[in-house]
Design a protein around this ligand. Structure first.
Ligand code: HEC
Ligand code: HEC
Length: 322
């Protein structure tokens, strides 16, 4: 029987051959840059980020005075809420699962149906949504303007604006803060950077299957989302997804690809949060998106890989509000 060493002598170092092989997979992925792209016309000053941090945790921009962005996008819960569907104003349960805001600056379409293009456009939606924070923007701005701390913070963040406490500036500040909520240094990121010990053998196999199996067709780019819409029918769900925005028949039941970074800590899964574990989520993806039933050991490898996508959580101090 030929020993591994004898084979290595005959065919060159197997370790080296494997390394060359792995590089082809690594080339399929992109590193997460330090900051997402900043849209034209926006600036990211310290003052804006600071104000955005206050507003993100501010419950008084909700009708009840108890719901803030952080109620549903809770920093202790992967900046999400770990319940299937969001609970907002008056305990109402919405139709959709709360996505994490981590790394959301890279998404080219916000919300499961992509109805807003960027974080600025997104930010004022939840304040007004009757099932979320249920407050008019005028009231929200009026409440903020009562506090000297906010009047000063808006003036510092928007020095050229004569009347800076206004709704567009609320959106600009929250979006600036959200763009700082990124998660570098995951085992996968370190692996891409050349640390071959950062992922286990199983995770490396999972990464290879993620490419060979076709997941990377939609889950690609720095946050493993193409920001595109794909048809996905969840058993029992009537949510028509992108169709509700475009009215285009081809968009019926289509949803925007979510990021997979930190997916191990942002359960439950899918647009209605109906799947509570990664095994089932990946199996459904295989069946619906790729027409393929993965074997148990393949699912184990893919799930192990998804666990390598958890990065360093941003350190955000909870603000002391007025
Ligand atoms: C009641 C719970 C709740 C509150 C409060 C809330 N959100 Fe959300 N958020 C959600 C849900 C649910 C969605 C997905 C809705 C959809 O796709 O239709 C979402 C989506 C988002 C997204 C899009 C992420 C993505 O992957 O598409 C961002 C960004 C976001 N919220 C930021 C905020 C900000 C900023 C606030 C405060 C102004 C806020 N949210 C308040 C539940 C909430
Ligand atoms: C054709 C595009 C496409 C392919 C291929 C694809 N996905 Fe997805 N993936 C999506 C979309 C779209 C969603 C959101 C579905 C929804 O909730 O409506 C999603 C959701 C997920 C989720 C749930 C994330 C969350 O936060 O809810 C996981 C996990 C996932 N995909 C993993 C995979 C894996 C692993 C593969 C390969 C086996 C794969 N996907 C193949 C488009 C795709």
């Amino acid at each position: 029987m030929a020993t591994a060493a004898a084979i290595a002598l005959a065919f060159g170092s197997p370790a080296l051959a494997q390394d060359v092989d792995i590089q082809e997979y690594i080339d399929m992925f992109e590193l997460l840059p330090a900051m997402p792209p900043i849209p034209a016309g926006t600036t990211m000053s310290e003052e804006r980020i600071e104000l955005g941090r206050m507003l993100f945790f501010e419950p008084r921009i909700s009708a009840s005075g108890v719901i803030s962005c952080a109620t549903c996008h809770n920093p202790a819960l992967g900046w999400s809420d770990r319940i299937p569907r969001a609970v907002g104003h008056g305990g109402q349960v919405g139709d959709r699962n709360t996505p994490t805001v981590l790394n959301s600056g890279w998404l080219e379409a916000q919300f499961w149906d992509g109805r807003e293009p960027d974080l600025e456009a997104q930010a004022l939606g939840p304040i007004q949504a009757d099932i979320e924070m249920n407050l008019t923007l005028d009231e929200a701005v009026e409440r903020l303007a009562e506090f000297e701390i906010y009047r000063n913070a808006f003036a510092a963040a928007f020095p050229d604006d004569p009347d800076p406490v206004n709704a567009p500036n609320v959106a600009l500040s929250i979006a600036a803060f959200e763009r700082t909520l990124n998660t570098p240094n995951s085992p996968f990121q370190r692996f891409l950077l050349g640390d071959r010990m950062a992922m286990t053998d199983q995770q490396v196999r999972g990464m290879q299957l993620f490419v060979d199996g076709g997941c990377v067709a939609c889950h690609n780019g720095p946050i493993l989302s193409d920001s595109q819409f794909h048809r996905f029918e969840l058993p029992g769900s009537r949510d028509e997804g992108r169709f509700l925005v475009t009215g285009d028949e081809r968009d019926r039941f289509a949803f925007r690809t979510p990021t997979l970074l930190n997916v191990a800590v942002t359960y439950p899964y899918f647009n209605n949060g109906s799947v509570d574990n990664l095994h089932d989520a990946v199996q459904l993806m295989g069946q619906q998106m790729l027409g393929q039933d993965f074997e148990t050991d393949e699912l184990d490898d893919l799930v192990a890989f998804l666990h390598a996508l958890t990065g360093e959580m941003p350190t955000v101090e909870i603000p002391a509000l007025p």
